[in-house]
Design a protein around this ligand. Structure first.
Ligand SMILES: *Cc1c(COP(=O)(O)O)cnc(C)c1O
Length: 302
């Protein structure tokens, strides 16, 4: 009997994908219930809770009163940008010519062979090569779009926090393109550990500020810095943690991963992928990839 080829895709960023990813994720065996719950809540939130910006136990817009007006303004700007053809055209040109999209859907032949059983059976494994974007990770998909928004809102400077450094490099690269000042806040330990990324940020014209502590402390410092100049500066969230509308924006600007993946799969085989794997830190590439696939009964999301 002819059996259908099972095709899996892994979002590949700079770290690449190690064998552990597959072993611990049990390729293709389970759906992330929690992820689906989050996705559905966000969607529901957009429809019914949009005005309150609250998402049940997942949080929402829980910030000091002084920030509410600013975040509402940002939400309006974001909603406008989603439907503005001029913004969308400008964004797609930036993604193509500056970021270097679309990224290849790469057949990992040796990786595929490694996981075949004794009978030579297994899945075909593909990598979505986000590592080939300018600055080396999917972070720039979101960074460039948000810097464009900030610029439209008349902001002159961008502040961001980074842990490993990829979001910092992406933000610095986006600011360099659009001519905005850029300050990256990092915990001192990360700052020392990630010296090559710190070098890249500086090389791209960003100022890197070391904050005693970790990512969390650096984030508090960046937000404090932003509240001192709400009209002039912009806090650029790179992760799916933060007040509404930040997570919605990050997800939306990362869906380019999914749109391309669908298109490429259709072009290559005329059918969808069976298994989708994302490496989760805050969840931005996962949400960018799973956004619509989550409604696909047959797609297994890991
Ligand atoms: C940021 C990052 C991740 C995880 O972050 P998400 O927000 O979950 O996408 C994974 N791999 C690389 C290389 C990254 O830069």
């Amino acid at each position: 009997m002819h059996s259908k080829t099972v095709r899996g895709l892994i979002v590949c960023s700079t770290v690449g994908v190690g064998h552990n990813t597959l072993n611990s994720g049990e390729l293709g065996l389970r759906n992330s219930k929690k992820m689906i719950e989050i996705l559905e809540l966000i969607d529901q939130g957009e429809k019914t809770l949009a005005s309150s910006g609250k998402f049940g136990r997942f949080g929402g817009i829980f910030v000091p009163e002084t920030l509410i007006t600013c975040l509402k303004k940002l939400e309006n700007e974001f909603n406008w940008a989603l439907h503005d053809p001029e913004f969308q055209t400008e964004l797609s040109i930036a993604l193509k010519d500056y970021v270097g999209r679309e990224t290849p859907l790469y057949f990992a032949k040796r990786f595929t062979n490694y996981y075949k059983n004794e009978n030579g059976e297994g899945q075909e494994i593909y990598l979505k090569r986000e590592d080939l974007t300018y600055s080396g990770a999917h972070k720039i998909n979101n960074a460039i779009a948000q810097v464009m928004l900030a610029k439209r809102m008349g902001r002159k400077s961008i502040a961001a926090t980074t842990g490993v450094g990829q979001h910092g490099v992406a933000t610095a690269a986006a600011c360099a393109k659009l001519g905005l000042d850029c300050t990256i806040f990092m915990g001192n330990i990360d700052n020392e550990r990630q010296s090559s990324n710190v070098h890249s940020m500086k090389h791209l014209g960003a100022e890197v500020k070391s904050v005693a502590g970790t990512f969390k402390d650096a984030t508090s410092e960046a937000i404090r810095n932003w509240t001192e100049n709400l009209e002039g500066s912009y806090y650029l969230a790179g992760i799916l943690v933060g007040p509404h509308p930040c997570p919605s924006m990050v997800r939306e600007f990362q869906t380019v991963i999914e749109k391309e993946t669908r298109k490429q799969a259709m072009e290559k085989w005329g059918e969808k992928l069976d298994v989708l794997v994302a490496c989760v830190g805050s969840g931005s590439n996962a949400l960018g990839l799973f956004r619509e696939f989550v409604r696909d009964e047959n797609a297994r999301l890991i």
